[in-house]
Design a protein around this ligand. Structure first.
Ligand SMILES: *Cc1c(COP(=O)(O)O)cnc(C)c1O
Length: 382
């Protein structure tokens, strides 16, 4: 048995790993241990939005490494304040809480709306994904992920996504909050319908039901705007972020309107690492870079969308092209075999469920790189 196999056996088997060891990343490409390049349309699952080793973020983190790595949240952390200010100035929210991941951001949101409302009930939607810790897992309306873990946290009601009957049920339930993704990422790249969201928001506002958007995957420019809610024309009360926020540096955030945020006082919630100087430095530079990039993201996303729709017309094996910005789903009969076929042609993509190819180019992707991908796609659909 090789040394490598032995080392991997020390890992818990929570992931089925692909037969590829990545040693280096640069821009839109990953390189294996032989130095072979792969076009990376996975972006670390919507995390490396600025590509690999974005120079400005690298420099900001390097500068921070030279002054202070970590200090507790018992002290003022100027970089964290700067990031909070940048996020609130560029959104409809007033205050930010920092943590280290998407699931933690959702835990914070769940606690916040429970405390604010004095109620436990939260409505979430079928095929959602909100994370793996018990609160976020309880919120995740995919019961197969709950199996074996005993009882979930009480108070969650699962209703059908994009279904107007769910909205009527919400008025009966009168929950503390509704929580949803504007494009369900893990659940198959399913965008929320605009009319459905309009109606849902109307009912929530009328009844004082809080609206939490989980933008862990859709946020940080992935949808073509800094946050996806901007394209739906409403203001959520709470938003959660992680994945792309630190360009690969672990950081999560929960943002809220001040009326709701004010329920969190000293000692109500916390995190040792949350918003530490290194993570905050990565976050500040990432947000600034992404904001500057947005016009280009919209342009390249429109180009890729046109190309894909063009291919779909002549290739009936593509059932549907859907998504928002650079969070793209291609529905096919059987998605699984495509991953290895793409990899053999030096392109990396993901799936979302059994019949959706999930295409997540970095926001810096060029036309040439898009063409490299669509050329391979056309070959594979022959
Ligand atoms: C990935 C994801 C999460 C969980 O984030 P982690 O950082 O893995 O905890 C939560 N919600 C959505 C929408 C996600 O895509």
């Amino acid at each position: 048995m090789s040394q490598q196999t032995k080392a991997s056996e020390s890992l818990m088997k929570t992931y089925n790993r692909l037969p590829l060891t990545v040693e280096k990343g640069m821009g839109s490409y990953l390189f294996d241990t032989d130095g072979k390049p792969y076009l990376d349309f996975t972006s670390g699952i919507a995390t490396c939005n600025l590509g690999h080793q974005p120079q400005a973020v690298k420099q900001a983190v390097t500068e921070q490494l030279d002054s202070l790595w970590h200090c507790s949240n018992l002290f003022n952390i100027p970089k964290q304040e700067e990031l909070a200010n940048l996020l609130t100035k560029n959104s409809c929210f007033d205050e930010a809480f920092f943590c280290n991941s998407g699931t933690e951001a959702n835990e914070a949101a769940i606690k916040l709306v429970r405390k604010w409302s004095g109620k436990e009930s939260i409505v979430t939607f079928t095929n959602s994904f909100h994370g793996r810790t018990l609160g976020s897992l309880s919120a995740t309306a995919q019961t197969k992920l709950h199996e074996g873990f005993g009882s979930m946290i009480s108070g969650f009601h699962f209703l059908a996504f994009n279904d107007f009957e769910s909205i009527a049920k919400i008025e009966e339930l009168m929950p503390a909050a509704v929580m949803f993704e504007l494009v369900q990422g893990e659940g198959g790249v399913r965008p929320a319908d605009k009319e459905w969201i309009n109606e849902l928001i109307k009912v929530c506002k009328r009844n004082g039901i809080l609206v939490i958007v989980d933008e862990v995957q859709t946020g940080i420019g992935r949808s073509g705007t800094l946050f996806a809610y901007e394209q739906y024309g409403f203001e959520p009360d709470v938003m959660t972020l992680a994945k792309g926020l630190g360009s690969g540096f672990p950081i999560g955030a929960m943002l809220a309107k001040s009326t709701v945020a004010s329920t969190f006082g000293p000692g109500t919630h916390g995190s040792t690492f949350g918003g530490n100087p290194l993570a905050s430095a990565a976050g500040v530079e990432t947000i600034q870079q992404v904001i500057d990039l947005l016009p280009k993201v919209q342009e390249i996303a429109a180009y890729l969308d046109r190309e894909l729709r063009g291919i779909a017309i002549s290739k009936p094996s593509i059932v549907e092209v859907r998504g928002l910005g650079l969070l793209i789903g291609l529905e096919v009969e059987d998605a699984g075999p495509f991953l290895a076929k793409f990899r053999e042609k030096d392109v990396l993509i993901l799936t979302a469920g059994p019949n959706v190819l999930r295409i997540l180019p970095p926001l810096i992707v060029s036309r040439e790189e898009v063409n490299q991908f669509t050329t391979v796609l056309k070959e594979l659909l022959q």
